[in-house]
Each structure stands twice: as structure tokens, then as C-alpha cells.
Design a protein around this ligand. Structure first.
Ligand code: ZN
Ligand code: FE
Length: 254
């Protein structure tokens, strides 16, 4: 499967996915239609599917325009079928989505929104996780609770280390500053921080990272690490509570 990153709005990423054998082509989380159509046309690709991880407009605002322009089939989370513009196929946890020869398993990962899903293409070592997991960060809990979001992140962190993590936003540099403030001695984080500074200095995306890197460096995946629990003043607290405290601190971090 070919994967092309498409910058959208100010800091969103959409992803064009193409199965070369069949020509089937999907866009993940189109904020807007115009730049997605242009990116597909520039490659000679014809859109057949629109995949949404969640209902927010910066992930689904392009659905109707793209559907009208291309006839693409809209695929999204079943729990949010009422909030996904133009939805044709609604998928739940464990469902499969095929793009030609490539197959994704649907993971239900609520917390940022109540209906959020991820597309995990195991054979392609690729995860599209919207606004649940970011590189060195995670999404805000607009509709969920800390235990719910922690369960979702725990599900994601169990994926193979070599899984490429394609998330919804370029937030990595700001996330790195916060992560370093609570976990300053983490060498994997420091390494990633230098890499991110170098990439952003050249105006390059920091995405994808890998799940192995995130497990080592992302504080939101490490709420069950006793050192991190102690660092936020909650030694011996359950991981979901430690996670909630880390998220609260990030919400207030300047
Ligand atoms: Zn969102
Ligand atoms: Fe978003």
C-alpha cells in the first residue's frame, strides 16, 4: 500500500492510501476537499474511499465535497454514524475494511470523542489513529473520561513496535516540550526531541513515528511507569489516575 501525507488546514494531516494492484485509493480524515483532490490528481490517483476516525470537522469537513466530486464511499465509526457527513459504511470494533489487497482492522478507541476508531493495517505496519494518540502526546478528552482514554491508549500501545503511527495533527514539537517537563531524564524522549527539532527546522513532518518509539518516549503511554507516577505526585496510584493527572497538566501547560 502506498501512503502519501497531505497537509490540511494549519496543522492537520490527511493520508492518501493506494493499493497499486487495484488502484483503490482512500483518504483518511479529509479536513477539506480541495487540497485532497489536488494531491490525488497530482499522482494520477482516483479516490474510491473516504475514511474517518472521528466526527470532528477538521477530520470530516471534506467528506461531502469529495463524495460529490468522486463518488467515493464514506467509511466511519458506527457509534458516530449520525455525526459523520455522508457516511455509507459504519464500522465497529473488530470489523475489517479492505482497500484492494490491504486490510485494516477497526479498533474502537473512545475518549477524545465517544465514537473514535482507528484503522490498523497490520500487514502494512500502519496505524491511522486520528486524535487519540499523537507523537509524544494524546488528544484532549472532549467526550470521554480518563479511564476510557487510558484503555484506548493501552489498546494502541500493545500493537507491534514497528507499527508506523500516522496521527491527525503536527503537534509533536509542542508535545515534546511538555513531555520533557515531566520526564526530563528519558533518553528516548530526548533523542526524539532532537530529531523533531531537526525535522521542523527543515519544515518536514515528524510523522510517522513508530509504536516502539512512542512506548519509550510518550508520557501518555507510560502512566503505569512508577517513575512517571512519582514525577506527577501520585506514587502507587492506578495508571488511569496517573494518566488523568498527566492529561490535566498538559491542558494547563504553557
Ligand atoms: Zn478531533
Ligand atoms: Fe483534530
Amino acid at each position: 500500500m502506498q501512503i502519501a501525507l497531505v497537509p490540511l488546514l494549519t496543522d492537520n494531516y490527511g493520508y492518501l492510501l493506494r493499493d497499486p494492484a487495484s488502484g483503490a485509493t482512500a483518504i483518511v480524515d479529509p479536513s477539506e476537499a480541495g487540497p485532497v483532490l489536488a494531491a490525488a490528481e497530482a499522482r494520477g490517483w482516483r479516490l474510491s474511499h473516504i475514511l474517518n476516525t472521528h466526527h470532528h470537522a477538521d477530520h470530516s469537513g471534506g467528506n461531502l465535497g469529495l463524495k460529490q466530486a468522486t463518488g467515493a464511499v464514506v467509511v466511519g465509526p458506527a457509534p458516530d454514524r449520525a455525526r459523520i457527513p455522508g457516511i455509507d459504511i459504519a464500522l465497529d470494533e473488530g470489523a475489517r475494511f479492505r482497500l484492494g489487497d490491504a486490510e485494516a482492522e477497526i479498533l474502537f478507541i473512545p475518549g477524545h470523542t465517544k465514537g473514535h476508531i482507528a484503522f490498523h493495517f497490520r500487514g502494512e505496519r500502519a496505524l491511522f489513529c486520528g486524535d487519540t494518540l499523537f507523537s509524544l502526546g494524546c488528544g484532549r478528552m472532549f467526550e470521554g473520561t480518563a479511564p476510557m482514554m487510558w484503555d484506548s491508549l493501552d489498546k494502541l500501545r500493545r500493537l507491534p513496535a514497528e507499527t508506523r503511527v500516522f496521527c491527525g495533527h503536527e503537534y509533536t514539537a509542542a508535545n515534546a516540550r511538555f513531555a520533557a517537563s515531566i520526564d526530563p531524564d528519558n533518553q528516548a524522549l530526548r533523542r526524539r526531541e532532537r530529531e523533531v527539532a531537526e525535522l521542523r527546522g527543515r519544515d518536514k513532518p515528524t510523522i510517522p513515528s513508530t509504536m516502539g518509539e512512542e512506548r519509550a518516549a510518550n508520557p501518555f503511554l507510560r502512566a503505569d511507569d512508577p517513575a512517571l507516577a512519582a514525577a506527577v505526585g501520585l506514587p502507587d496510584a492506578p495508571p488511569a489516575e496517573v494518566f488523568g493527572e498527566i492529561r490535566r497538566r498538559k491542558d494547563n501547560f504553557r
